[in-house]
Design a protein. Structure first.
Lengths: 824, 108
């Protein structure tokens, strides 16, 4: 029975020794070990003593021994690495500082990439996700098309044609993302789900963890039928009830039987996490505004599993043929089909925007990397000066400059890759924490995201590439500079400590650059912070105090237009008799809720058609929100419906549409309508639908009483309770949410707040890295003025950092012009 | 006479072991022979660093031979003492003998 020598010990030898030495030494050790006289401990001791012996001639410069030239490139690289590792281990302070600087830079970059990876690069979290493709069609030449979500989605008849025709896909499933629905009964709340085809779970290869997927008969039955809950919803909303299968839950007042609970950790195939899945045929119950047989409706996302040996582009080519066949049945229609490997964000145009957006973010984060590079280069230059004697000796012994540059580059690469590994891990920890925190602070209107930020090979590859690039960038200059030696004086130790001019200039430039870049970051962070404070206290232009709104989705609850009109009238009557309320009003969309109608309109006195935004409001709307009418009048109390075609326009709208003329009495005609709407008043400019931007052209028109879904707005003491009571009294089963206008406003403030926190973090990070180099520079200047200040003097270090922070603070406070820009 | 013409203690020991073992002189028996006769532990690393040095000085030469399974498929490196090596040994012994003449160490 041959004894196997310890493999790691052999590996160590292999790593450390030249080919010839390894052959003889490892061979001898194995032979003796095989003979059985020695223990594994003896083997290890022998290996370590060999390593020590081959270490001892410390300047073990293989470049000056003739034997070394015969060595292959790999083993000489390994020796370079070993030599560098020993050198770095001898200077732990330098090594730690350099690794930390690079880790911060690479970490910030990798963090952003992690996000991009999770959204647009990582395959879906399903069985063999890299084999799942997601087709999208972009249709041209159609006059009309009904759209839910995106125009690039599919109708159900289209889906069936693609599914029947495909040979390249083992299965093609379809789903409707983000279907909001009211869960009532024992547990109530707004839940988000996906309507799916029967084969959804089987195509994805993720069958429900408990219970089963849908049966064919459930998929055919129109209306309410079966539901599969997501694992997360089962745990959070149903307390992980083990007997949930077979129970009935109520969604939009329709009873659904729970047939299964999704696989654990699976939250659907869309960016926003799904709480449940139901068959597509439950559309009448859950998505009453569309019709699932409509062949001209974009609403289905498709997911196909590639057959073995078929590529995504082959599948795309095949589906394109089907698309052409569909085109011929509809004159004028031209469909271009795309099928890419599916990720959370795979719609082509969204993905493109995402890539642009993240490029901008990456550019910002790259500034940090730049600082880290300059910092690393500076450290290496300082070290180069320190070891110039060693380098001079090696050069004089006949080592080529290229060989030593390679050696020095190996050292910087070793540093940067070590920094990269630390950085990737750091990014994983901090960004994971950041997103958990962000998730906990999301405004309630944003549903939880289903993104997976764990580390995968893409992140490691990216981190590695960034690290290597960093290592080359920060290593090459110092390496070239350090090897430009005057050998004679170097060996004679004459210039030790007297850095040459170019090196001094180079170092100053590097320090200056770092300070400049981190100042830019700090100023940007400061400005954004300033903007944020302004946005937090920003006045939308109308009263928000004690104002609440309820957006009612009566269509979901099966109301008809006439029943809805009765409901709203009764609700208004009830609320008006409440003494605690000062004002009650109705509008199509609540202020700052983000909604608005967009339409094309013809306008009196102008030939071109204009893009306009508008809201439908009751007469009391202006009074309730205290929106001043600066000219003309608001709606009269009798002007409550479309029989009174009157409009109020905003000030800037009046200026845009009728410059210099009196807007009162002018008409506006909306596209596809014959009615001429007369302008009766001009309202002050306010932020009506969002805090982000103010529409150029905004109109308020009287209510359309055919609308089923409206928002009710009230102002008064404890308005929320009064509103809730009144709605409950009219329809106790109605599901609705009441929000203060400030809560709506928070939705708009959220992205800015995140951006500010993010950029402030970047600024601080940049400062952190740069202040080390900067304080050395300041010390230098100070030591010229005052003698006896040592480099890295803690007081100077602190003072420099403080100076930079102060500069940032001043910069963010100073320019009032810039501030105004950031708000308007 | 240049300094390099004399041999260090361990160099002499190694050269003597090589001569004694003759054609079967490769790492394992050399190391074992030295350990047995001198009674002191010799590490492979130390042995090979001396062997490499002697080869660089052209006192010995080495060749790789048959790959063997008990060595994990690696070949043996056999060593042979060159004429220069023999001369160096003799010179060193003569020098040492000359130096020892008339010297007595007491107390041992």
């Amino acid at each position: 029975m041959p004894r196997k020598p310890p493999f790691p010990a052999l590996l160590l030898l292999r790593f450390w020794l030249s080919n010839a030495s390894y052959e003889a030494i490892a061979g001898d050790l194995c032979e003796e070990y095989q003979a059985g006289d020695h223990s594994a401990g003896w083997f290890w001791r022998q290996v370590f003593s060999t390593l020590r012996v081959h270490w001892r001639p410390a300047p073990d410069w293989n470049d000056i021994r003739p034997a070394a030239r015969r060595e292959n490139l790999l083993s000489s690289c390994l020796r370079d690495i070993a030599y560098s590792a020993r050198g770095l281990a001898r200077a732990p302070g330098f090594t730690l500082v350099a690794i930390a600087a690079i880790a911060l830079g690479v970490g910030a970059n990798t963090g952003i990439f992690t996000l991009l990876n999770a959204l647009a690069l990582r395959p879906l979290p399903v069985e063999d996700g890299a084999r799942i493709v997601t087709p999208y069609q972009s249709i041209e030449g159609l006059k009309t098309r009904n759209i839910r979500g995106s125009p690039d989605l599919f109708s159900y008849p289209e889906y069936q044609q693609y599914r029947q025709a495909t040979q390249s896909l083992a299965g093609l499933a379809a789903y409707v993302p983000f279907v909001e629905s009211a869960l009532t009964g024992k547990r109530s709340g707004l839940v988000t789900g996906e309507l799916v085809t029967c084969n959804y779970f089987s195509v994805l290869g993720r069958p429900p963890g408990i219970g089963r997927a849908f049966t064919e008969s459930e998929c055919r039955r129109s209306g309410a039928s079966a539901v599969v809950l997501s694992d997360a919803a089962w745990r959070s909303k149903f307390g992980a009830d083990p007997s949930i299968v077979g129970e009935t839950i109520t969604l939009n007042r329709h009873a659904f039987t729970v047939v299964g609970v999704g696989p654990s950790g699976f939250a659907g195939t869309f960016l926003l996490a799904a709480d449940f899945w139901t068959p597509l045929s439950s559309q009448p119950a859950l998505l009453p505004q569309v019709d699932w047989h409509d062949s001209n409706l974009s609403w289905l996302c498709l997911l196909g599993r590639l057959n073995p040996g078929v590529s995504a582009s082959q599948a795309q080519a095949e589906l394109q043929i089907v698309a052409h066949r569909i085109d011929t049945s509809q004159p004028g229609r031209r469909t271009t089909l795309r099928a890419d490997v599916a990720s959370l964000v795979s719609e082509p145009r969204v993905r493109k925007n995402l890539l642009y957006g993240s490029t901008v973010l990456m550019a910002g984060v790259s500034l940090i990397l730049l600082i880290a590079c300059a910092n690393g280069a500076n450290l290496l230059l300082a070290r180069g000066a320190h070891r110039s004697r060693e380098l001079a000796i090696r050069l004089s012994l006949g080592a080529s400059r290229g060989r030593i540059v390679r050696q020095l580059l190996t050292e910087s690469l070793l540093l940067s890759v070590a920094g990269g590994v630390v950085g990737v891990l750091m990014a994983h920890i901090t960004f994971g924490g950041f997103f958990t925190w962000m998730g906990a602070h999301l405004p309630s209107s944003i549903p939880p995201l289903a993104i997976d930020l764990s580390i995968d090979w893409r992140i490691w590859t990216y981190g590695f590439l960034v690290s290597v690039a960093t290592g080359v960038v920060f290593g090459i200059l110092p390496a070239l500079e350090s090897t430009k030696l005057d050998i004679a004086s170097g060996v004679k130790d004459e210039f030790r400590g007297s850095g040459r001019r170019t090196r001094r200039v180079l170092r100053s430039v590097l320090v200056g650059g770092q300070v400049a870049v981190s100042l830019i970051l700090c100023v940007a962070a400061g400005l954004l912070g300033r903007g944020l404070i302004a946005a937090q206290h920003m006045d939308p232009g109308f009263t928000t105090k004690n104002v609440v709104a309820a957006s009612l989705d009566l269509r979901r609850d099966g109301y008809t237009p006439s029943r809805a009109a009765v409901f709203y009238d009764e609700l208004i009557n009830r609320l008006q008799s409440e003494n605690s309320l000062q004002a009650v009003s109705l509008a199509w969309t609540a202020p700052l809720a983000g909604g608005r109608f967009n339409n094309v309109a013809s306008v009196e006195g102008r030939t071109e058609r204009m893009q306009v935004s508008f809201n439908e409001v009751a007469p009391s709307f202006f009074r309730l929100l205290n929106i001043p009418i600066v000219r003309g009048r608001a709606f009269l109390d009798s002007e409550t419906d479309e029989n009174h075609p009157v409009m109020v326009v905003s000030e800037s709208t009046a200026r845009r549409l009728w410059p210099g003329a009196d807007p009162i009495g002018k008409w506006v005609r909306l596209e596809n309508r014959s009615t001429l709407w007369r302008v009766v008043g001009v309202a002050k400019d306010v932020y009506t639908s969002s805090l982000m931007d103010r529409e150029d052209i905004f109109l308020y028109r009287t209510l359309d009483r055919n609308e089923i879904n409206m928002s009710i707005v009230v102002r008064g003491h404890a308005p929320e309770r009064a509103l809730r009571t009144a709605i409950h009294a009219l329809d106790p089963r109605l599901y609705f949410e009441i929000k203060t206008i400030d809560q709506y406003a928070d939705t708009w403030r959220f992205p800015g707040r995140m951006l500010t926190i993010f950029s402030a973090a970047l600024g601080i990070l940049g400062l952190l890295i740069a202040s080390r180099g900067a304080s050395a520079a300041v010390t230098k200047i100070m030591s010229k003025l005052l003698f006896g200040v040592s480099p890295l003097d803690p007081l100077t270090f602190a003072a420099t950092s403080l100076l930079l922070v102060l500069a940032a603070a001043v910069a963010s406070y100073a320019p009032p012009g810039a501030r105004r820009e950031s708000i308007r | 006479m240049a300094l390099r013409d004399f041999l260090g203690e361990f160099e002499q020991i190694v050269l003597l072991a090589l001569i004694r073992l003759g054609d079967s002189a490769y790492g394992v028996p050399v190391r074992q022979d030295i350990e047995e006769r001198t009674g002191r532990a010799v590490s492979v690393g130390a042995l090979y660093s001396t062997l490499d040095r002697l080869e660089e000085k052209r006192f010995i030469r080495s060749r790789f031979s048959d790959a063997r399974p008990e060595r994990g498929g690696r070949s043996r490196r056999y060593f042979k003492v060159e004429a220069a090596g023999m001369r160096a040994l003799e010179r060193t012994r003569a020098a040492l003998a000359a130096m020892w003449e008339g010297v007595e160490i007491r107390g041992n």
